[in-house]
Ligand binder design. Structure first.
Ligand code: S3P
Length: 175
């Protein structure tokens, strides 16, 4: 029987999509990614949305999507964009949608993973570290606050992370 949806939150490069896809497979759940859903719905890439319409437009698209998903079926693993929990309304909606798991990783690990990455407007360009460190510091307490479960991913294999989520997702919550 399919249980509550599982919602993955965390900074860019923390592994939400990779973990999410494998977790969904392991549970026979459906995997969805909010970035991909927005790109599909708007027929535009996130980079283009930021460049052409501005970040606020993209943030509104994120909230709109969560509103739709909050009435959705069970059995989903949902990977969310790294900025999703920053709006209070989004945090409420995320909790309505499912059990919220924060994939915590160190900024050093994240910077390494994003080294050759493109397509993330907030991480692209010069001085990546200078821009991402303060953003990470600002977001960290918000991710923690938004989460039902905080999962420290450092030094853990994807397999171990997935096993941990499987164990906690059904019942253990902070609140
Ligand atoms: C963002 C993270 C991205 C994407 C957009 C903005 C952010 O998603 O939503 O580029 O504000 O951290 P990922 O966390 O999947 O990279």
């Amino acid at each position: 029987m399919k249980g509550r949806n599982i919602v993955l939150i965390g900074f860019m490069g923390c592994g939400k999509s990779t973990v999410g896809k494998n977790l969904a497979d392991a549970l026979s759940y459906e995997f969805r990614d909010t970035d991909a859903m927005i790109e599909e719905a708007y027929g535009n890439t996130i980079s283009q949305m930021f460049a052409e319409d501005g970040e606020e437009y993209f943030r509104n698209a994120e909230t709109e999507l969560l509103r739709k998903l909050s009435g959705d079926a069970k059995g989903l693993v949902l990977a969310t964009g790294g900025g999703m929990p920053m709006r209070e309304e989004n945090r409420t909606l995320l909790r309505e949608i499912g059990t919220v798991v924060f994939l915590e990783a160190k900024i050093e690990t994240i910077l390494e993973r994003l080294q050759n990455d493109t397509g993330r407007p907030l991480a692209d360009g010069e001085d990546r570290e200078k821009r991402l460190r303060p953003l990470y510091e600002k977001r960290l307490p918000v991710y923690r606050e938004a989460a039902d479960y905080i999962l420290d991913t450092e030094g853990k294999s994807f397999y171990a992370i997935i096993e941990e989520i499987k164990t906690v997702a059904g019942n253990a919550t902070k609140r």
